[in-house]
Design a protein around this ligand. Sequence first.
Ligand SMILES: NC(=O)c1ccc[n+]([C@@H]2O[C@H](COP(=O)([O-])OP(=O)(O)OC[C@H]3O[C@@H](n4cnc5c(N)ncnc54)[C@H](OP(=O)(O)O)[C@@H]3O)[C@@H](O)[C@H]2O)c1
Length: 230
Amino acid sequence: MVIGGTSGIGLACVELFAACAGEVWAVSRNPQRALSALSRFGNVRTAAADATDSEALGRLVATIGPCDHAVVSIAGGAHLGPFPEFGDAELDRTIDGKLRPYVHAARAALSVLKPAGSLTLVTGMSARRATPGAASLALVNGALESLVLTLAVECAPRRVNAVSPGTTATSAWDRLPEPARRALFDGAAARTPLGRIAAPIDVARAIFALTRTTFVTGVVVPCDGGTHLP
Ligand SMILES: NC(=O)c1ccc[n+]([C@@H]2O[C@H](COP(=O)([O-])OP(=O)(O)OC[C@H]3O[C@@H](n4cnc5c(N)ncnc54)[C@H](OP(=O)(O)O)[C@@H]3O)[C@@H](O)[C@H]2O)c1
């Protein structure tokens, strides 16, 4: 089950899991947007829920039932800009856009996860690398990466991990005008030892690998082409 599975990194996870594994669920507010991409898979099912609504998400996930692996890859609400502009409204949007939905999604997923199952949260390199202009993302991703440690112990034997992507070419960046987006992608590629930014499938492969590493829990795996290196 991929919550946030109809676009970007989550959609790439659904496609990879569908090609390699059994039944896959893609959950988001508006799953219709992914129907054409997912129609070629006979083993993918979609469902609509807004992860800001804890009760609605919990009810939906309960109907999906026992689950081997869950991935949370929800994007929303990030404020990009200098910290003095990060006011109370932006703080609320940040919490409601990513932190609260992730907590709701983790709680719902853990309620149906099989004992040998895994939960993987998609966080972001802003948690551990200074990223001027991305204080909102640093705040949320740092909180989620801390949560992973405690959940991994509290929820064992179910495994809980995170994958921390660097800049990834997804539609989350469509809100920037094309020249600004291009400059951001080019700058990020230039700072990346592997010389390019990630494609969603790069991150999906790291997530898929974590579902198969049966003795790994409580880790945050950077998937950033080496950007985290000093
Ligand atoms: N792209 C990057 O450069 C990058 C870098 C580092 C970390 N990340 C992290 O990776 C994660 C995924 O990002 P992405 O770039 O793949 O984003 P994306 O392409 O915009 O996909 C986001 C997914 O989340 C779903 N979603 C958003 N709000 C939701 C809600 N309230 N309830 C349920 N589903 C919701 C969206 O579908 P609906 O709109 O239909 O709900 C969509 O399926 C995010 O947490 C982001 O912070 C991304």
